[in-house]
Design a protein around this ligand. Sequence first.
Ligand code: URA
Length: 410
Amino acid sequence: MHLPSLIERKREGGRLSRDELRAIISGFTAGEIPEYQVSALAMAIYFRGMDAEETTALTDAMLHSGSTLQWPTDAPMRVDKHSTGGIGDKTSLILAPLLACDRLWVPMISGRGLGITGGTLDKLESIPGFSTQLTEAEIHRIVIKVGCVMVGQTPNLCPADKKLYALRDVTGTVPSIPLITASIMCKKLAEGLSRLVLDVKYGSGAFMKSREQAEALAKSMVSVGNLLGVRSSVCLNAMDEPTGCAAGNALEVAEAVECLQGRGPSDLEATVLDLCVAVSVSSREELAGWLRDGSAWRKFCEMVEAQSGDSSKLERITQVHRAPVIREFRADCSGLLTRVDAGTVGRAVLELGAGRAKASDPVDFAVGCDQIAKTGTEVAAGDVLLRVHARTLGAAESALDLIATGMVIE
Ligand code: URA
């Protein structure tokens, strides 16, 4: 294989074959192909794109760059969802135990927050003792016992993606639909799934700003999933305002607990049920019933305990992590609340310390926003439209100033 010729071919808009992509990914993972050549190839892919067959071959090559979770042939269906990320998106915390109530297995491998979007692992790690770094043997044991597990990536799953993503991150080649598709799908397919639902978000608080971009990514991911043997479907969701009424790690766990106990905000519950219905064998009514009758809540507690977390702290997680300063944002006039901009709330929450500007930053579990009012609400002057939880008075004031730019009352 003469790599410069392959780079040139892609640069000129040509195609790479399945065998060529497999050789590139295995050589890169083994450290035999230098990063500068893979960077150049990633840039050529960024400009020239890949067709569905190439994207599928790239995903398959990345999927087989390490181990995959293996399940017995008579195991229940394995299901999962992937979200492209949003503000206040705590749906995974509710969806995994809810699907486990349906006797499905949910081996959910999640990521950490980066930029304005929060990460499931960061939220879960706000639960005292909760371990997100498990071995593949531990993942199997907990899925078989509980029905769901929520963990970080293991070193053996898709090592090619780890290396390639790090390179894309510093070479301006992240926003490429084939590269995003391969990166996301190889990690999900490594879970050994039967069905997958993709929650692709668009809007000010999402990675994809327009519905057209989100549709293109959704189409690419669904096609790769189906071609690689996993029944895949998509829910396109606007991310113009935060999901639910809380954004920030422990604040979102508190809201997820309410939803698991059948008392969640209606938009959050509806999103969870839409996603569950896409992979479940039960009806929406049955799924909603497991939120109302305590089954999903008990399943979540069981999973938390299996992952060494202290489930007795869940119902008072906001006391375990209590920010020293809590300030209210109040309506300055009466009228209809027409905008609670997700991107603005996301930036405020990031600046309060709940998220990461770069991958190595620590996160503050206590800070964020709660009691976030929903658009379409009639408000009176002086009503509380959200609360800011901050480390310092200065941080709270800056967050309130920023949030004011994203609220519209008409
Ligand atoms: N998330 C991923 O895992 N990979 C990408 O390329 C983009 C988002």
